[in-house]
Design a protein around this ligand. Structure first.
Ligand code: PLP
Length: 441
């Protein structure tokens, strides 16, 4: 039952908002009060078409009945069970359900509460795995420039977004980075770009510099989302897989955005035909409804820990809320909803329509690049001289006033609508953005 709409509060001081221009927001708040399917309702009652699946997470759209009911019912049956040395059935059921849709070879699931925790968990498993096998010199972690792996110290260390790193000291030691894959010759590419597979060879340079025997893992987003939607060049991920395997280095795909259907397959690993050693996921796992993340691992990684006396804990890691029963219920209902509505492959059905729509913006003012894949896309704008990010931010605000929710990072507009979007709604989203662009300064 919808709640009575609450009046917007008029004292906004106490809440320090994350990744937000707090002073700007509080001077002109953009409040959302309700949501259903493809739309948010703003505090003033306007319907806002969701072009970003919340924050890349509500893949089945909003307030979906099955998920809502599962959460409501579970919370009255088993609200919490200790995560350490105790179990409950839903956690086991969910792990099997995730493995069922995961790429071949991903056989175990470790739960956490967010993408950031999933990343830190995967990095820790990588380090501990090598140590468990007696290969304890492998302590280096390799990320990639412009990568986003959440905001934990592990994630910002392997991540490559400058503002997420520069304010926070020396970060983890022993981390290096591959170059990003955003090449000017790939401008206006539909789908995977042609140029840049050779950038994976940079791993050979890092191996030559540090010694393969010191490197534990490489972590990349198979398609980099938060940095502004950067596609992997054709052949790039395959090369990275070959090189990591050749040098005994684990490959981690951070699928916090690409997991659960964003590119038209359950995971990007399946979409690109490249299976890593670990996958991190979160967001779409519960349709964004309850915080939950997970790390999927190969049997080889899991089994390396299963040794020694049986009463000894094999991995000294976990969270109070790992596999929380209510999160598990939300995730199972989410996977049911995805399966019943064919959502994990729907992006591939809509991809052509999405692609043509978004590329229709190519000759709009200030547009310098457009890229797309599955149900994700980016429109990159030329910055206003001396004011990087201002043009896209102003467009984000104008777009909200015009009834659509988009996301901006620097001067890049990113869109990733819920996978239930209709073709008419794609046209509405892009048409409205086009009008906003035409009137932009
Ligand atoms: C690839 C990737 N990894 C990790 C994260 C962090 O997830 P969270 O915000 O749930 O900690 C994100 C969030 O956008 C992400 O896109």
């Amino acid at each position: 039952m919808p709640l009575d709409r609450k009046p917007a509060p008029n004292d906004l001081r106490a809440f320090w908002m994350p990744f937000t221009a707090n002073r700007q927001f509080k001077s002109a708040p953009r409040m959302l009060t309700e949501a259903q399917d493809m739309h948010y309702t703003a505090a003033d009652g306007r319907q806002i078409l969701d072009g970003t699946a919340g924050l890349w997470c509500c893949n089945a759209g909003h307030c979906r009945p099955k998920i809502t009911e599962a959460v409501q019912s579970q919370i009255g049956v088993l609200d919490y069970a200790p995560a350490f040395q105790m179990g409950h059935p839903l956690a086991f059921e969910l792990a099997n359900r995730i493995v069922d849709i995961a790429p071949e070879g991903m056989e175990h699931v470790f739960y956490c509460n967010s993408g950031s925790e999933a990343v830190d968990t995967a990095l820790k498993i990588a380090l501990a795995y090598h140590r468990a096998r007696g290969d304890s010199a492998r302590t280096r972690l390799i990320g990639r420039e412009r990568g986003y792996h959440g905001v934990g110290f592990g994630g910002i260390s392997v991540g490559g977004i400058v503002n997420n790193r520069r304010h926070f000291g020396t970060l983890l030691a022993g981390v290096d980075h591959l170059p990003h894959t955003h090449l000017p010759e790939n401008r206006m590419t539909r789908g995977q770009p042609e140029h840049g597979a050779h950038l994976a060879d940079e791993l050979e340079r890092l191996v030559a510099l540090h010694g393969a025997e010191t490197i534990a893992a490489v972590i990349v987003e198979p398609m980099a989302g938060s940095t502004g939607v950067l596609m992997p060049p054709k052949g790039y991920l395959q090369k990275l897989r070959e090189l990591t395997r050749k040098h005994g280095i684990l490959l981690i795909f951070d699928e916090v955005i690409t997991g659960f259907g964003r590119l038209g397959s359950p995971f990007a690993a399946q979409h690109f035909g490249v299976v890593p050693d670990m996958i991190t996921c979160a967001k779409g796992l519960t349709n964004g409804v309850i915080p939950m993340g997970a790390v999927l691992t190969s049997a080889a990684i899991h089994d390396a820990f299963m040794q020694g006396p049986e009463h000894i804990i094999e991995l000294f890691h976990g969270y109070t809320y790992s596999g929380n029963p209510v999160s598990c219920a939300a995730a199972i209902a989410t996977l049911d909803t995805y399966a019943e509505e064919g959502l994990l492959t729907r992006a591939s059905e809509l991809e052509h329509h999405w692609q043509e729509a978004i590329h229709s913006l190519a000759d709009h003012p200030h547009v310098v690049d457009i890229r797309n894949m599955g149900l994700i896309g980016a429109v990159e704008l030329a910055p206003i001289e001396g004011q990087p990010g201002k043009r896209a931010f102003d467009i984000f605000v104008k777009a909200f006033e015009a009834g659509i929710l988009i996301r901006v990072t620097g001067d890049i507009i990113a869109m990733s609508p819920p996978l239930i979007i209709s073709k008419d709604q794609i046209d509405e989203l892009i048409g409205t953005l086009g009008d906003v662009l035409k009137n932009a300064a």
